[in-house]
Structures are given as structure tokens and as C-alpha cells.
Design a protein around this ligand. Structure first.
Ligand code: SAH
Length: 407
């Protein structure tokens, strides 16, 4: 056996050969190997095992972790032949992700920050959000679930959090990844009430144990502030408000004349009301309603707004559902545009990774055409910078936030 085979045998449990002409994405550092790209496997890797990925004729491409029950059969973590996927690798990646936020001045125990953003930090399958002195961890890959102890040890060593909670198992993940991870306390103590975080001079209560996702939408932090800059003197409608971030920012930072925030979830409504109160946003009211019904009924009553914010949940779960999702985006955006007075501002978001920026802007263009209004794109924004995107895996660039003036 040649020497390099001995070395690589020690670093992996199996060798996966990629079909001819299917290796290009992995040379391009894309981290997901789907089953359809695999020619054959030498060895019988258990789920979570380290495997080497090689060309059909045996040249090293990358090293990753195997999951027999996932559509993403291998997640790649290194493209360097002598880098082992051991505890040191995991600790180093975690340290790098945390120190990036620290060096950008984003980490403070008074506020919230995404510390690890999955592929964006070359840690496919791990998300860590920090709220004050607590951490909320979301795991979307089996191999990372098996390494929870190392991940928690690293985070404890680096940050000494009061507690680490496992949160936000995504719908359908069990089926996709063979992963069943109910929410639970991983380390330290459980917060006995909301955690308060600062955001651009405002304060928000975060429900870490029962809130949506990991408790709060950190990705929209800069977009809430950007939207608020247009709110002065306007009557604002904040649709899909969750904990009220856009509404509070518009009312307090933006000096809106009034804000109506709407969400269909009763828990979201009470969070948004509590956050309005916490910031003394007396011009903001919060209602429980279905967005489509509320938008239509406001329209029927002839109500007009100076600014409409639309931040719906993910409409497209996959590329296959993208066209249905685009129709739903069209519908709410049309309803939103119809409620705007001339010169009004539409802040419209999509968190569906399966909808591209171009598809989203084309949808908005069609809305303008159908409604007989001219739409001017003032800003097209993405997620906050603690959500870096891996340029080799653009699937991670999911959030779009367009700020549009409607004539
Ligand atoms: N804008 C929020 C995040 C919104 S998340 C922020 O900045 O924090 C999407 C929200 O849409 C969730 O709170 C969810 O409860 C709500 N939602 C989902 N379907 C809805 C519907 N049909 N009508 C109104 N709200 C809905």
C-alpha cells in the first residue's frame, strides 16, 4: 500500500468515489454530496463516520461526514488532504466563528448574536445563537448531533454561558436527516423567564425556551433598523410581526405616527405587546389575525398606510414548491401595495432559500405591473453580518429584504 493511502486510511473510515463529471461542485468547495453523485463506496461507513471523497479514479477531493439516511449523503468539512475531522478540527472551527463575531464587535453579553451559521462558518449542520449569557443551539445534521458534547465543551470554554439549550428542530428534519432531537437543556441552567437583549438602543424580550426558531430573528436585526429609517410620520403596518421587532423599531427609532403589528400566533402577539410596552411604544398596537384576511379586510375598508412591512414565514420549502410560493408572495405583496398611499414604502421579505433574489424581484415587478403602480427599489438587503454566507454554498443566502417606494 503506498504511503499516502496509509495516511488517509487513518483519517477516514471509508472512501467514496464520485461519478465521472459529477465532481466539479466539490472541487468548487460545495459542501453537500447527494446520493446521486456517488459512484461507489469502499468500506461500510456508519452514520456520522468520517469518509474521504475522491474522483472516480481515486484522487482526493475532500473529507466529510456520512449519513446513510440523509438526502445529503456526505457533508464536507475539509478540502485539505491532511486535515483530520477530529475534535481539534471542530474546536478550531468553533473558535474561528466566535472570534469573527468578537472581532467585528458583534458579541456582547447585553445583546444577541448568531455565533455559528452552519455552512457560512464551514460548520454545516450547526447553528448557535447567543442571547445575553445563554446560548441556543440548533442542530440540523446527524453527525453534529453525535458531536454535541465536543461542541458544548468548546462553547463553554470560550464563553462560559449560564446555559446552553437545544432548540428549534425544523419541521421535516427527522425525515430528511434521520434526526430526532426534541428541545432540551444541554448545559448549565434554564432561564426562568425572557432574556432581554439590546438592539440599536431598543430592548427585546426573547423567549428562549418556547419561542420560534432559537427564540428571535437575529437575521433581520439590521433590516429592522433600515426599515425604521423610512418610517417618520408614516402610518405603519407590520405584517407577520412575531415579537414586534419591525414595529417597535418603526415606532421608536423611526418616529412612525402609528404602528399596527399583526401575527396569527397568539404567543407572538403577546411577545410583541410585551416588547412594545418594554420600549414604551405607545403608538403601537398588536392584533392577532391571519395576514391574508387582515390585508384584504383593511383594503375593503379603504384603509391606507405610509409603510407596509411584510415578513412572512418560509413559503417555499424546496425548489419544487418555488412556483406555488411565488404565487403566495405575489398575493401578499399585491395586497400590501394596494394598501399603500402614493409615495408609500413597502418593506418586503422572503426567507425562502429556494426563491432567488432575481425571482423575488421579478415577482415584485409583476406586482407593480398588475397594480398599475411604479415600484422603485431603494435597497435590496440580506441577513445581518453575523449570518455570513459561504460563497461555495449559495443555498445559505436565504434572506431577502427589499425596500421599495411605490408611486
Ligand atoms: N418580523 C418578525 C419575524 C417574522 S417570522 C421579526 O422581525 O421578528 C414570521 C411570522 O409569521 C411568525 O411569527 C408566524 O407566527 C407568522 N405567521 C405565519 N403565518 C401567518 C399568517 N397566515 N398570518 C399572520 N401571521 C402569520
Amino acid at each position: 500500500m503506498p504511503e499516502n493511502d496509509v495516511a488517509s486510511a487513518a483519517l477516514s473510515e471509508a472512501t467514496v468515489f464520485i461519478k465521472p463529471k459529477r465532481a466539479r461542485p466539490f472541487f468548487g468547495r460545495h459542501p453537500w454530496v447527494l446520493e446521486s453523485a456517488i459512484l461507489r463506496v469502499d468500506g461500510e461507513p456508519a452514520s456520522g463516520a468520517v469518509v474521504d471523497v475522491v474522483t472516480h479514479d481515486g484522487n482526493f477531493i475532500a473529507r466529510g461526514l456520512w449519513n446513510a439516511s440523509s438526502r445529503i449523503r456526505i457533508r464536507l468539512y475539509t478540502f485539505v488532504e491532511d486535515e483530520a475531522l477530529d475534535e481539534t478540527f471542530l474546536r478550531t472551527r468553533i473558535e474561528n466563528a466566535v472570534s469573527l463575531r468578537q472581532s467585528l464587535g458583534l458579541y456582547s453579553e447585553k445583546s444577541g448574536c448568531r455565533l455559528i451559521n452552519s455552512e457560512g462558518d464551514s460548520l454545516s449542520g450547526i447553528i448557535v445563537d447567543q442571547y445575553g449569557s445563554y446560548l441556543a443551539l440548533q442542530v440540523t445534521a446527524l453527525a453534529m448531533a453525535e458531536r454535541l458534547d465536543v461542541i458544548c465543551d468548546s462553547l463553554e470554554n470560550l464563553l462560559r454561558p449560564k446555559g446552553i439549550l437545544l432548540r428549534g428542530a425544523e419541521r421535516g428534519l427527522g425525515k430528511l436527516e434521520g434526526l430526532h432531537l426534541p428541545d432540551r437543556q444541554l448545559r448549565g441552567e434554564r432561564p426562568d423567564g425572557p432574556i432581554f437583549v439590546e438592539e440599536h438602543g431598543l430592548r427585546f424580550g426573547v423567549d428562549l425556551t418556547e419561542g420560534q426558531k432559537t427564540g428571535y430573528y437575529l437575521d433581520q436585526r439590521e433590516n429592522r433598523q433600515a426599515a425604521a429609517a423610512y418610517a417618520a410620520g408614516r402610518r405603519v403596518l407590520d405584517m407577520f410581526c412575531y415579537s414586534g421587532g419591525f414595529g417597535v423599531a418603526s415606532a421608536i427609532s423611526g418616529n412612525a405616527s402609528s404602528v399596527l403589528s399583526v401575527d396569527s400566533s397568539i404567543k407572538a402577539v403577546s411577545l410583541a405587546r410585551a416588547n412594545a410596552e418594554l420600549n414604551n411604544a405607545t403608538t403601537m398596537s398588536v392584533e392577532q389575525a391571519d395576514a391574508f384576511e387582515k390585508l384584504s379586510s383593511l383594503h375593503e375598508k379603504g384603509e391606507k398606510f405610509g409603510m407596509v412591512i411584510l415578513d412572512p414565514p418560509k413559503f417555499a420549502r424546496s425548489r419544487a414548491s418555488a412556483s406555488d410560493a411565488l404565487r403566495a408572495y405575489h398575493r401578499i405583496n399585491r395586497l400590501g401595495v394596494d394598501l399603500l398611499e402614493p409615495g408609500g414604502i413597502l418593506v418586503t421579505c422572503s426567507c425562502s432559500g429556494a426563491i432567488s433574489r432575481d425571482d423575488f424581484l421579478m415577482m415584485l415587478s409583476a406586482v407593480g405591473q398588475r397594480s398599475g403602480r411604479t415600484l422603485q427599489l431603494l435597497e435590496h438587503r440580506g441577513a445581518a453580518i453575523d449570518h455570513p454566507v459561504n460563497l461555495h454554498c449559495l443555498e445559505g443566502e436565504y434572506l431577502k429584504c427589499s425596500i421599495v417606494r411605490v408611486d
